[in-house]
Design a protein around this ligand. Sequence first.
Ligand code: PLP
Length: 377
Amino acid sequence: MQFIDLKSQYRLIEDDVKARIHAVLEHGQYIMGPEVEALEIALADFVGTRHCIGLSSGTDALLAAMMALEIGRGDEVITTPFTFIATGEMIALLGVRPIFVDIDPVTYNIDPAHIEEAITGRTRAIMPVSLYGQCANMDAIREIADRHRLPVIEDAAQSFGATYKGRRSCALSTIGCTSFFPSKPLGAYGDAGACFTDDDEVAKRLREIRNHGQDRRYHHPRLGLNARIDTLQAAVLLAKLPLFPNEVAARIRIGARYSDLLQDRGAVSSASGDGAVLTPFVAPGNESVFAQYTIQVDDRDRVSAALAADGIPTAVHYPVPLNDQPVFQPSLERFGTPVSARVAQRVMSLPMHPYLSDEDQVRIVDAVAEAAGLGTR
Ligand SMILES: Cc1ncc(COP(=O)(O)O)c(C=O)c1O
């Protein structure tokens, strides 16, 4: 059994992928070829923003987004510590101080109740992460941000395709940044990412920044990056896009089925507190794309070892909150983050992809129930 199965999807689109890659090989425009603009138009339409700017990765999308908002040395950005390293890493790489505030114990996303006390005269943005494929409480975050005239940058690397109150992730903030890393809900066959915005000036800056700050040939009004999306990856994504709505639907269905099966065995939702196994809670108004289907268990090492012995791969997203990472030491902590610390000890992700079979899902749930001692407590 695979943690994420990319082959089944490839079999469905093999001919189109090959034809599109072949077309790139024939026209030879490997950098900023016509597939890039075609993809940007299709993705902006899917998300519902005026602009999509294709970038070389989700990491570069975060970096470019902060550069486009002219956030830099001495500034502060408020974010969650319970995320992939790239979120805090790109903030710090710009000489900006990441201010980590704690997460909500039910959704694991940044808790808006902690944001306001973290705002100072140096705060330049709020950066929620839509973890595991579920958007954060964006209305509450936007309300605080608007009151303090701050932009919001959504790290939507895990949530492309998710919706929040009927609107797509990436269309909920000043700039939405996503990743097309191969294992993401919409994955390329290499590194790729994108920024989304409704702001024409921000979009113009992002287009310049991804191309060395160039506004016309050999004319550079700003510093930039080499962060263009690769034409071949754009071609692959164009081939995958027609499948994507069905894949999103499958992810929603498979995520819900995991929770139903586990709860039939005695697991409880993270919204209802304590238990040997906690299933993820999708907040009302959200549709999660379950980039990860992540449970909490009491004795993670033992449970994951038992599953591994059964041939079932698991993963931990993420074992160490960013504010405990050596790179962010000595800790610049202003706020305690006990929820992140506790959850990081307990989370475990199960195999999750749109082609996961019902039989495999039952086998996984049986193994979790047995290893975690469900029903025998
Ligand atoms: C929350 C989060 N932010 C940023 C990234 C970075 O994306 P990429 O790997 O495309 O650079 C990832 C994914 O790996 C992620 O999960």
